[in-house]
Design a protein around this ligand. Structure first.
Ligand code: DQA
Length: 147
């Protein structure tokens, strides 16, 4: 199977961006670890980080043609604003897990609402970069159960 990991705005700055909230690992560190884990399980992993909402939307549209089986998505700040990304995911019908490094429920109230949680397979928040690892594990379990 092929899994797509999508990272939203400002996540390119991981490692230097508010490390007390987001940790010291870089996005490259995280992507490399996820890729290795996926390959060792016999699957493929693609990833994209973008600061532009339209790029994320177009990547989701293309994912359907490419036969991507599952998406792991940290929409970052767009979690709390983007009806357009929500609609893109509903349009393609690819199952996804919503991921956050920080515990959004522990933070400002504007981070408590997500446009994705009610349409996601599940949500993992607050476990640092391990949120991504656990999401990938869950995705691979589901794919091997059902395919
Ligand atoms: C985030 C949480 C969002 O509220 C924030 O805007 C981000 C990152 C996280 O991974 O903790 O950019 O999605």
């Amino acid at each position: 199977a092929t899994i797509l990991v999508l990272h939203g705005p400002n996540l390119n700055l991981l490692g230097t961006r508010e490390p007390e909230i987001y940790g010291h690992e870089t996005l490259d560190d995280i992507n490399a670890r996820l890729s290795n884990f996926c390959l060792s399980a016999g699957h493929h992993l693609l990833h994209l980080q973008s600061n532009a909402e339209y790029e994320l939307i177009e990547r989701i549209h293309d994912a359907r043609q490419e036969g991507i089986n599952f998406i792991i998505f940290n929409p970052a700040a767009l979690t709390h604003t983007s009806v357009a990304l929500r609609d893109a995911l509903l349009s393609v019908g690819i199952p996804f897990i919503e991921v956050h490094l920080s515990n959004v429920h522990q933070r400002e109230s504007f981070r408590h609402h997500s446009y994705f949680s009610d349409i996601a397979v599940g949500t993992i928040t607050g476990l640092g970069s391990m949120s991504y690892d656990l999401a990938l594990q869950a995705a691979l379990n589901r794919l091997t159960d059902t395919h």
